[in-house]
Design a protein around this ligand. Structure first.
Ligand code: HEM
Length: 507
């Protein structure tokens, strides 16, 4: 039964704490307080309005934790709380939401259905995913099966492969959107809500392996292979990953050494793979192999001869990043995806969607960082004034807002093109998506640097006020490397443009 809260007058609360009109009995908590006991009995704090003192040092969510919320014994008579904890609602902080969600702004791209979908998706991410994200980011465990089961129930796993045949007959998000109406803006909304959690390792742990490992099966697998793999992955019963990079070679696919040779009706595979996202818990490995006829992609189940061990990266082990070894692994020839020697085609066809997904997530996290900085620079007092009274801080805010707004507008433009001409993607979209990812990762790291300076010591601390800044600063270099290194992608865009230069173009 919920505790009965009483109303108090200021005279009655001399020994207690009052934060935003809520009265807390901290008598027993004092000696346990991580910030020390005496601060709670200080004459400017105990029995006084400690709202500003509290919010200068703690995130709102501290008071939501059950062990602390139960310290509340009542409220101050006639006063109402000003600070509202409502993470599922649209933020009213300027630029904290993309303009299509900000009141008074208009967008040519989003419909009422996208808005309804966003509302439901936010609620789902806040209520179901966020607690798991924070726990796994901290303890390094893989995302919980309970969350995977929920994702499967709402068909969110299937939605992460974009619009297409795989959605046919499914009820998406309880029926909010019909499979035939689901478009890339819907998918971008799922990704944005994930990015808004601000937990970079968990984002990759959140089935990123499925999103890049399954498309080669969906697009190039035989009907038998698809039957064996696709339903289980979409229902969250099995997991798949993409195993291309090696210690020997990354983007330079010709340098890969994992070798597959034919023996009767089987491939026999030997080699190693490195930096394989979700490899630690994958049941299937969509694997790039050198074969006698060139580069071939082969689907390898976790069977005898397959070993995975964790790689310690700079972000949370919840991503399941693995070093994979294949030791005389035997799989039927029918596990070839896209034909023998035609692996390059399979891999290239994956890239645009992967890079676009990364842009959706990382730009939403970048926007979250802008929101954090706007809030912090308003509430933090330095030299007797809010931090945002300093022109150097406002200058940083100006640049970070401009960067994320520019990238968001570009992202929406590209998403619109994807809705209309996805088939022409390799021709029309590979270059722009490469440029956008380069831009988003550069701006991301610039914003991470600025945000760290705004937050100072808190920006390099994994808990407390600046924890999201610290996570972003540590995680944003991953965006610049995974899915294609930043400078390589810029170069790709220019090379694509060069191919299209009219031969007769002259100054
Ligand atoms: C019910 C009231 C309070 C609760 C539940 C509480 C809880 C906490 C917690 C959990 C932390 C660890 C850091 C974090 O997770 O953010 C912390 C740190 C701290 N608290 Fe409190 N606190 C309360 C009130 C206050 C008040 C009124 C003050 C003083 C003005 C205060 C001063 C501090 C300080 C100085 C730190 C260390 C901050 C840092 O490391 O940056 N706390 N508190």
């Amino acid at each position: 039964m919920a505790k009965q809260l009483r109303e108090y007058t200021w005279d009655e609360v001399k020994n207690w704490l009052v934060i935003d009109s809520r009265v807390y009995d901290v008598t027993k908590f004092m000696s346990l307080h991580p910030g020390g006991a005496h601060v709670l009995s200080d004459k400017n704090v105990a029995g006084q309005d400690a709202t500003d003192a509290f919010f200068a040092l703690h995130r709102q969510e501290v008071l939501q934790r059950p062990q602390y919320s139960r310290l509340q014994i009542g409220t101050i008579k006639g006063e109402i709380a000003l600070v509202k904890y409502a993470p599922e609602e649209l933020s009213q902080v300027p630029y904290a939401e993309p303009s299509w969600l900000a009141s008074g702004y208009f967008s040519p791209y989003y419909t009422e259905n996208h808005r309804q979908f966003q509302k439901a998706m936010r609620k789902f991410f806040v209520e179901v995913v966020a607690p798991d994200a924070q726990a796994c980011e901290d303890n390094g465990k893989r995302l919980s099966q309970a969350v995977v089961d929920k994702l499967a129930e709402l068909n969110i796993i299937a939605m992460r492969f974009g619009p297409g045949k795989h959605l046919k007959g499914l009820t998406l998000m309880g029926g909010i959107v019909k499979p035939e109406e689901f478009d890339y803006f819907h998918e971008s909304i799922v990704l944005a809500e994930l990015g808004r959690l601000g937990t970079r390792g968990y984002y990759d742990g959140f089935l990123a392996g499925d999103t890049i490992g399954l498309p080669p099966v969906l697009n190039f697998g035989s009907p038998e292979i698809q039957k064996m793999v696709v339903p289980d992955v979409l229902q969250g019963k099995k997991f798949i990953c993409l195993a291309i990079t090696e210690a020997f070679a990354g983007s330079d696919v010709s340098g890969l050494q994992t070798y597959a040779y034919k023996d009767g009706n089987d491939w026999v595979i030997n080699g190693t793979k490195k930096w394989i996202t979700n490899g630690m818990f994958a049941d299937w490995f969509t694997t790039g192999c050198r074969t006698d006829t060139g580069f071939t992609v082969i689907l390898i189940p976790r069977i005898e001869g397959v070993e995975t061990r964790p790689i310690k990266t700079g972000y949370s082990p919840t991503a399941g990043t693995a070093f994979v070894t294949f030791d005389n692994v035997r799989v039927p020839l029918s596990h070839t995806l896209g034909g023998e020697g035609k692996g390059m085609n399979v891999i290239l066809s994956n890239f645009n969607h992967e890079r676009w997904m990364m842009c959706c997530v990382m730009l939403r996290t970048q926007r979250l960082i802008v929101e954090e900085c706007l809030k912090w620079s308003q509430q933090r007092q330095v030299f007797g004034k809010p931090l945002n009274a300093q022109a150097v801080i406002r200058n940083k805010l100006a640049l970070m807002i401009s960067r994320v707004e520019a990238a968001q507008n570009w992202l929406e433009n590209i998403t619109y093109q994807m809705n209309h001409s996805y088939k022409e993607q390799s021709d029309k979209l590979a270059g722009p998506i490469g440029f956008l990812k380069q831009f988003a990762t550069r701006t991301g790291r610039a914003t991470a640097g600025d945000a760290t300076l705004i937050f100072g010591g808190r920006g390099i601390t994994t808990t407390g006020m600046g924890k999201l800044i610290e996570n972003y600063h540590r995680g944003s270099p991953f965006d610049a490397i995974l899915g294609g290194a930043e400078d390589v992608l810029g170069d790709l865009g220019v090379r694509q443009a060069m191919k299209k230069m009219p031969k007769n173009a002259r100054l």
